[in-house]
Design a protein around this ligand. Structure first.
Ligand SMILES: C[S@@+](CC[C@H](N)C(=O)[O-])C[C@H]1O[C@@H](n2cnc3c(N)ncnc32)[C@H](O)[C@@H]1O
Length: 209
């Protein structure tokens, strides 16, 4: 059996290339930071410079094989989108050797409290893509420095963005659950009256922590 790669990971979680294609079409990010990426290479099908961060050894081994990474991207998504694939085998909860306010996009999918630990690397006006599984979208929804700009839906293997009537989203089923400290402690998101796979938020110009 071959080593774990994006292809083998795609076989279990599906291909998120259409998600990043939709993000590219909407906002044209040129750089993204993806803490807790594991083997999910899909952002590189649409975003020119992506920095992946993970402590898992299988991810480090995969990204070290640049020929395999290149081969797996060939023929997928934008020609030239994957101009820069960087992998950091580091814990994202500790300071990363990255410039502050550098990235157009921060990705937080099933990987813990990425927003709170990595917000400083997102440029003012940049976007956070987060889902609610580990509570990140729920924390983002309570953060006054973020504004919801799209909900992401996943249907029949494809992703699409909904940007209409966004007030329908992130409405807690139980108002009492929408407390940052409770969400942090639980490490998972809260229930909403209308759910989505993930959400895209736009960061305001300031980085108040
Ligand atoms: C459940 S996987 C999700 C992978 C991918 N984001 C996805 O959506 O398919 C979570 C990943 O986050 C990584 N991770 C969790 N905490 C981390 C941390 N503090 N620093 C770096 N990586 C972390 C794990 O090693 C694992 O590979």
């Amino acid at each position: 059996m071959g080593a774990a790669s994006w292809a083998s990971y795609r076989a279990s979680i599906g291909d998120r290339s259409s998600l990043f294609g939709a993000v590219r079409d909407a906002w044209h990010p040129t750089s993204a930071l993806y803490p807790g990426s594991y083997l999910d290479l899909s952002p590189s099908t649409a975003i020119p410079a992506v920095t992946y961060v993970d402590t898992d050894r299988r991810a480090a081994r995969y990204f070290a094989d640049t020929a395999l990474v290149e081969a797996e991207l060939r023929g997928r998504g934008d020609a030239g989108a994957a101009a820069e694939v960087v992998f950091l085998a580091l814990d994202y909860t500790a300071p990363l050797p990255l410039a502050e306010a550098h990235f157009d996009m921060l990705v937080s999918l099933y990987a813990g409290p990425v927003w709170e630990h990595c917000r400083q690397y997102l440029a003012p006006g940049g976007r956070l893509l987060a889902n609610a599984s580990h509570g990140d979208a729920s924390l983002a929804a309570l953060d006054p420095s973020l504004r919801l700009v799209a909900a992401v839906h996943h249907r029949d293997g494809r992703y699409h963005l909904d940007t209409a009537d966004l007030d329908r989203y992130l409405v807690p089923k139980k108002r009492a659950d929408a407390v940052a400290e409770r969400i942090r402690r639980a490490g998972r998101g809260i229930a909403y009256t209308k759910s989505a796979f993930a959400y895209v938020f736009e960061a305001s110009g300031s980085h108040a922590t």
